[in-house]
Design a protein around this ligand. Structure first.
Ligand code: SF4
Length: 261
């Protein structure tokens, strides 16, 4: 039986909690109630590596004297993996473009850097990768008639190959970060734009972040929280196996409901 004091933290919803519960409540129970360790996931390890590298890159750049970035191309970032070379090349190109247009380092460095944010109301958890002040010609800026120099863009780093389906799916992540960032950093609101950066391909996907879409996401989050609490209260966690959810499930090796090998 679950003690009431043990599940308070379940009211705090993260993207992964929402995704796992929507995919299969039984998998959610194994992970968050039974706290069964997950098998090492190579994609997760690569994702962490990419985020750490980009975060450290801006640590180094921000520490440069007086924000003087003219020697950026001489910095050593140990680019021993191809995506690291891509990131450095991409950022040097971005810096040169900004300079050529007369924009300073405030347009290059993030306004907010990778950080785990937790809000009390609504109870949300998430990591916002970075937020950049952009000019119209910045590679992170969408080519949208309403976009103005100095507007903020939330930039999310994603590994893997960009596909239209993946990019569409990630739009929800960007709305999640908008909600979090505007609550935790209200001085930055409203943030109307999002960009997903794929370092393996140096590809950028743009999205418009609207309050209407944020309200729809907030409604979906409330529903997930309510359903999680209903499962906690009844201690009933239905399995909802499907080829898609079971294929990527970390618990398929022992789950009796699994439908794929
Ligand atoms: S293997 Fe399938 S049914 Fe079992 S927990 Fe995972 S997603 Fe649910």
């Amino acid at each position: 039986m679950i003690e009431k004091t043990d599940y308070k933290h379940l009211e705090y919803i993260s993207k992964s909690k929402k995704g796992l519960f929507e995919s299969c409540p039984f998998a959610f129970k194994i992970s968050y109630i039974d706290k069964r360790p997950q098998e090492a996931n190579p994609y997760f390890i690569i994702g962490t590596d990419v985020h750490d590298f980009i975060d450290n890159f801006f640590d180094v750049v921000e520490a440069m004297e007086n924000g003087d970035l003219k020697n950026i191309s001489k910095l050593k970032f140990h680019p021993n993996l191809s995506y690291k070379k891509n990131v450095v090349k991409f950022e040097i190109g971005r810096w040169k473009d900004l300079q050529a247009q007369g924009f300073d380092a405030t347009y290059f460095n993030p306004v907010a850097k990778e950080k785990k944010y937790i809000t009390e109301s609504p109870k949300l958890i998430g990591i916002v990768d970075r937020i950049h002040k952009c000019c119209r010609e910045d590679v992170f800026a969408p080519k949208h008639e309403d976009f103005k120099d100095g507007d903020l863009v939330i930039v999310e780093n994603k590994t893997g190959k960009p596909t239209p389906k993946k990019c569409k799916k990630y739009e929800e992540d960007m709305l999640w970060y908008k909600i979090l960032a505007e609550i935790v950093l209200p001085e930055l609101a409203p943030i109307k734009w999002g960009a997903i950066y794929f370092p393996y391909n140096n590809y950028v996907y743009h999205t418009v972040l609207t309050n209407k879409d944020c309200r729809a996401l907030a409604k979906a989050i409330r529903k997930v929280r309510k359903n999680i609490m209903a499962c906690v209260n009844t201690n009933m966690w239905p399995a909802t196996p499907s080829p898609q959810s079971c294929r990527w499930c970390n618990f398929k090796s022992f789950c009796p409901h699994m439908v794929v090998k």
